[in-house]
Every structure is written in C-alpha cells, then in structure tokens.
Design a protein around this ligand. Structure first.
Ligand SMILES: [Zn+2]
Length: 720
C-alpha cells in the first residue's frame, strides 16, 4: 500500500495534519514493529518535520504506530514473566543464602511493590508495546494505557531493542486523595486501570500511576530489529538497574549487599527487611516485602530454575497483616465536617509489626453491618497505608483472649474482659449535646461551633495558612477554656490569653500571636480553602476565587443562592439553575453539586465569614488564564515530585501557564523531579530552563514573572 500519493492537495491544515499522522503511524509501524520499511529514513524524517511545524504538540510525534484498545489483543512474552519463590521467615532467608552463595556473596535487594506487573517493549529505543503479565507467558496488550503513565517514556536514551519489566503502582497520596472511597486498595485499582478499554467514571486514570522497573531483557540478534545496536554487557544485575536509570527509566530500588560469610550476609539482609518493615508505613506506594536476588548474573545461569521459580531470587513478604483481638469499647469522635465516627478501642495486638489499640469502625452503618458488640473477638487488618480496621466478628471473646497482651511501650495490658454489651449509637453529640442528624450511613453534629468541630476547623485553618505553633493540644485548650468559641476569635487572642494556658511559655505565646498576625493578609483563594468547606479543596477554592474576584462578589452569590429561577410568559423556567449556580458552574471542574457545596457551606457560616472578613485583609486572587503571571509560559513536568503532578499542573494553569506533556522547542520550563529521565536530557539539549520543585514553588508564589523567551538561556533561580 502506498499512501504517499494520497497527500491532500488543498489548503486545509487539519486535513494535512491528520494525513501526516496517519502516514507516520503507518510507516513507523512498518519500521519499528515489522522491520520492513517501504520509505527511506529521509522521507520518514520529512513527514515528521512537516508535522512538527504544523502541529508541534501532536502526540504522534512521540509515538510509534497506533495502539489497539487495551485488553483486545494478547501478547506472547518473548521472555516469560516468572513469579518468585516466597518466604516470610528469617530461617528461609538464611537457607536461601546458604544455598546460593558458593561463588560470591553479593545480593541486590529491592522493595517488593504491591502493584500490577507490566512489560514494556522498546524497539530502536521507542515504546512499541506494553503488556500485562497474564499467566507469565501470555499477557494482554495495554499499550494505550501504559503510554498515559507519566513516567513511562515514549523513547529511552538508547536506540536499541529491550523488554523492561516492572510494577505499576498508584502513589498512596493519590489513592487517599482520589480513590480511597471507591476502591478497596491501590493494587486492584492499578490493575483495573491498566486494562480498561476507555476511561470510565469512578475508575482510576492511568496518569495517576507510576511504573518502577526491576528487570531488563535484550532480544538476541535473530529477534531484534536489524538496526538495533548490540545490548550492553553486564556482570552484575545491579549494573543493569543503573543502566535502566541512565536511559530514563525509574527503578524500584538497587541496594547491593555483600559480606564475607553467610552469617553476616543473612544478618545484613534481615536488617534490610527490618528497615522496610519500618519504612513501610511511610512508603510512597504499597510495598509487601523485599525481593532478594543474587547479583552475579553468571551465577544465576548456573543455578537455573526449579519447576516454578528461579533459584537465584527470593521474595520475602511482610508478616501477616491480620490479627485477632477483643473489642473493649467504642469512642465517638466528631470531625471538622461534623461527622461522628466510631473508633473501636481493642486489646493491644501486633499487626505487621506495629502494636494497635485503636481501629476505625468508619460509621454507624459499619457497626450494624458487622453486627458487632463490645466484648466480641474480632479480626482486624492493617494494610500499609490505611488505618487498621475490623473486618469480621469471630465470636464472643473469653478470658484467655486477653492473655499475653502488651502495650506498644512493652508494659503489660491488664484490663479485664469487658461486659458483653451492644454498641449504642449516640443520638446527641458526645461533645456539645446537639441532636445528631442522620445522613445515610453517617451521623453528624450540625453545630458549627461544636468544640470538637471547632478544634478540627482551627487546625485545618492553621495548616492551610501554613502557621506553626497551634497544634492539637493548644487548639483543644483554646476551645475548652472558651477563649475561642468560633474561628474569628482566633484573631482576638492576645499574648496573655495564651500564656496563661497550661504549659504555654511567654515566648511560644508571643510566637502564636505573631503567626496569627502574619496570616491576616491572604488571597480569597487561600481564605476559601482554609475554611475547609466540605467538598472544597485548595484547587477548587482558587478557581472559584479567580472567577468571582472579590469576597464581596462571592457573598452576593451566597445571598442569591436560594433565588428562584426566572420564568417565561408561560411560567416555564428560563434556565436550569438560578443565577448564582449558573455563574459558578462556568468554572472548570465545578458542577452543580460543588456549586451548592460552596454556596451552602458559606451560607450556613455567614456570620463566621463576615466576622473573619472584618478581621482579615482578603485580596482578590491573582488573575488566571488571561492575566496570570505565568501567562505565555509553557511547562512540562517529569520525574518524581512531592505533590501529584496533576495538582502541580493545576497550580500552573491557575496562574495562566500552559502544561504540555512533551518536550519541544516551544517549551519554556521543564520541572524535573527526582529520577527525571529522557525528558530532562532532551530539555538540556534544547537549552530549556530546568526548574526544581522548590524553584517552581517560588515562581508560583511570585506576582510577576519576566516573560522573555528562555530558550537557549540557562537561567538560575536568581534571575527570577
Ligand atoms: Zn457537637
């Protein structure tokens, strides 16, 4: 088939772009996938450069061929994706070491990621296919979704053929923020997300996943692309991990351990497992153990395989995450939004290495679902990221279930078995006695000045405005002493009010007052976000503030929130929503629900809001899109950063900047996080300004950015 002749002759740019995309897709498939090019490299490059001129951000410029819908095609793995032998005990580690170390004691250790395995196939350095593990020899083609994972590069910094294996995980921060209410755990979510055919509501986006590699395989001369260079030669596996990093692939870990004898070797590896047991709760993604692999590759070949597993590797898994204990009592806690949550007190029990005495019961609905009573023997689970929870009632506990239990500090737990009794769901607030409102599976205290809610609101306010010095203890004292009865009272505190409180020195009291003073000047977006209205996060708050500009305008919308919708002569409504809602739903990301949450949230707090607006100096939000200080600047984000990329992208957009996913000469700034790969290299070659996350944060805070083109000038932060 020769499609070159069909080139559109007209002036229509769109037609020409789509023709070019089709051509490039067709010919790159012939070249990369089939190694049967029908046009010369020069002709191919000419197509690319025309597309680059007409549509520099076109995604086809990065991609090879076109992808089939995920899950519709099977892939035979050229190299099987094997599972590893598993162990949970120290003796199994010792045994593994003594069995494998007759020629050299050097191992490479990596955290074992609890995600979904993925194989990335690069041809001539370009990503041509991605496949799930499947049964190990045959998986599913998920290329289209894998491309959307932000740290899976379209091309690596080596123009050859290789298969890169790793795990796809969802960062826990993203899971907690966006998905914890819709999915039981990040692993299921990652697997489902890779395989979904199209983006479905309530499902995860591939952009929220991360790929971390642990292995690379190179096809031999009979199967690789004829133009592929010979693969690099490695003596040790740890070298191949370093190589992966150098070509722009993020790796799962690369800790090399060596020792003179088996005993020290075992000790060293056990201490690594202990390290990860400790780190597990703070890890960025879920890990479920440590993978231990012999580092010397030639020795691996000698050891070979059992029927199921390679003999040179062991997957050590964390001890079980479930345990059995006794429900002692239930406390009811009131949160910032008024939700009253049951917290179960249980007899101390060790779960995945941590002593647990409090577990969540979520809401009254969960209490009735579990049919649980005080004095029950219960099974609890603690997965790396989440608060431990009760998953089932086993039976009524007896005295022996209380034996041999210690608090986390080692002291003996000597409470008696509690009387068997049902859990009483409160009808009034445990703190302020207000009658509670039922709301689906939840119950809520509707009193905005409920001391429990107020404490949480104060802490939220202070954290949002980056104030130091007001912690849980002080917030509690301020509320229980009656010094703060509503949020604005914070701004009426003086040094002696605070220094008179228990354990508050004059110096820290002064510091708190100074912090409060400094927080009196703020933008409308900050103000809205610090109020902590249900459903309104910082990004929505900024978008709303940008749209309405001033607090006065916003309050006017609040006043109009119950306004009737205009009707025509026949009495039919002229609009779907009233004026206030209509104005808010024009904002990107704000629908009817959010608009109502904003207006009602402010409406019921109107006294607090008015009082605060007297105490504070609230500035209009920096103008976005047309006037933001980043208008005209283009950003690209790569590598691992402390905040989710999407959030960073929104902060840039809120200030008028544009965020793109690929490097081109039109790019102004590359924000490079840790382990930034090929994009960083490409950007350096083009002389694009590279920013660290800190530098970006400083720019985001500026009111103005000098906008002369930064291409070919390597600026430092001092230039801003
Ligand atoms: Zn209350």
């Amino acid at each position: 088939m020769n499609m070159v002749d069909e080139r559109p002759t007209g002036e229509d740019k769109r037609e020409l772009v789509s023709w070019l995309v089709e051509q490039i897709s067709h010919h790159s498939d012939l070249y990369y996938n089939k190694a049967e090019p029908v046009i010369s490299d020069t002709e191919f490059d000419a197509l690319l450069s025309q597309l680059k001129i007409l549509d520099p951000l076109n995604s086809q410029l990065e991609r090879v061929g076109s992808d089939s819908a995920p899950g519709t095609k099977k892939v035979n793995h050229l190299f099987p994706m094997r599972s590893l032998d598993k162990a949970t005990g120290i003796n199994e580690i010792k045994h593994f070491i003594s069995e494998t170390t007759s020629q050299g004691r050097q191992f490479v250790c990596q955290p074992k990621l609890d995600g979904s395995a993925l194989s990335l196939e690069y041809r001539r350095g370009r990503l041509v296919r991605a496949a799930t593990r499947g049964n190990g020899s045959r998986g599913e083609d998920v290329t289209a979704n894998a491309r959307r994972i932000l740290n899976v590069p379209e091309s690596i910094n080596w123009k050859g053929d290789c298969h890169i294996r790793g795990e796809v995980v969802m960062p826990l921060s993203i899971f907690r923020e966006k998905y914890s209410s819709i999915a039981p755990n990040p692993r299921n979510l990652a697997a489902g997300c890779l395989r979904q055919k199209s983006l479905q509501a309530g499902k995860a986006k591939a952009e929220d996943l991360i790929f971390l590699a642990y292995d690379v395989k190179f096809p031999d001369i009979t199967t690789r692309h004829p133009d592929s260079p010979s693969p690099p030669q490695f003596t040790f596996d740890s070298e191949s991990n370093n190589w992966l990093s150098s070509v722009g692939i993020e790796i799962a870990g690369n800790t090399v351990v060596f020792a003179d004898n088996d005993d020290i070797m075992s000790q060293n590896i056990v201490s690594i497992t202990e390290y990860w047991t400790e780190e597990r709760q703070d890890a960025k993604w879920e890990i479920d153990g440590v993978v231990i692999k012999l580092d010397l590759l030639s020795k691996r070949d000698l050891l070979g395989m059992t029927a199921h597993h390679p003999r040179w590797a062991l997957a050590w898994k964390f001890p079980p995450e479930e345990a059995i204990t006794v429900l002692m009592n239930v406390d009811w806690q009131v949160g910032r939004t008024g939700a009253v949550t049951p917290v179960a007190r249980v007899a101390p029990v060790t779960v995945s290495g941590v002593t647990v005495e409090n577990v969540t019961l979520h809401n009254p609905g969960e209490v009735s679902r579990l049919q649980i009573s005080i004095g029950d023997k219960v099974r609890i689970v603690r997965r790396g990221d989440v608060i431990p929870k009760i998953i089932e009632v086993i039976d009524r506990a007896n005295i022996s279930d209380m034996d041999g239990r210690n608090h986390s500090d080692g002291t003996i737990f000597n409470e008696e078995l509690p009387n068997y009794s049902s859990i009483i769901i409160p009808s009034s607030c445990p703190r302020c006695s207000t009658k509670l409102i039922e709301d689906g599976a939840f119950i809520r205290c509707s009193n905005l000045n409920c001391p429990s809610r107020l404490e949480r609101t104060i802490l939220y306010w202070c954290r949002a405005l980056e104030m130091d010095g007001i912690g849980e203890k002080l917030a509690e004292q301020l509320c229980s002493q009656g010094l703060v009865q509503s949020l604005p009272d914070l701004y009426r505190l003086n040094v002696s009010d605070i220094s008179n409180l228990e354990r508050m020195a004059l110096k820290s009291a002064t510091n708190v007052v100074n912090e409060l003073e400094a927080s009196r000047n703020l933008t409308l977006g900050k103000f809205l976000s610090a109020l902590g209205l249900p459903g309104i996060g910082p990004e929505i708050a900024i978008s709303v503030a940008t749209k309405v500009e001033t607090i006065e305008n916003l309050l006017q919308l609040v006043a109009l929130r119950t306004e009737e919708i205009d009707i025509d002569a026949e009495g039919k409504p002229l609009h779907k929503h009233n004026r206030a809602i209509r104005e808010l739903i024009e904002i990107d990301g704000v629908g009817e629900t959010v608009a109502n949450q904003i207006l009602d949230g402010l409406g019921i707090r109107i006294e607090i809001v008015l009082d605060l607006s007297q105490q504070l100096q609230i500035y209009p939000e920096l103008k976005s899109a047309s006037g933001g200080h980043l208008t005209g600047s283009t950003f690209c984000i790569t590598g691992t950063l402390t905040r989710p990329r999407k959030e960073i992208a929104l902060s840039i957009k809120a200030r008028g900047g544009k965020v793109v996913s690929s490097i081109s000469g039109n790019l102004n700034y590359l924000i490079a996080g840790e382990s930034a790969g090929s994009k960083l290299e490409d950007a350096k070659k083009l002389g694009i300004t590279i920013l660290s996350e800190d530098e970006l944060n400083k720019i985001l805070k500026l009111k103005k950015l000098s906008l002369e083109s930064s291409v070919n000038t390597q600026k430092s932060l001092n230039d801003f």
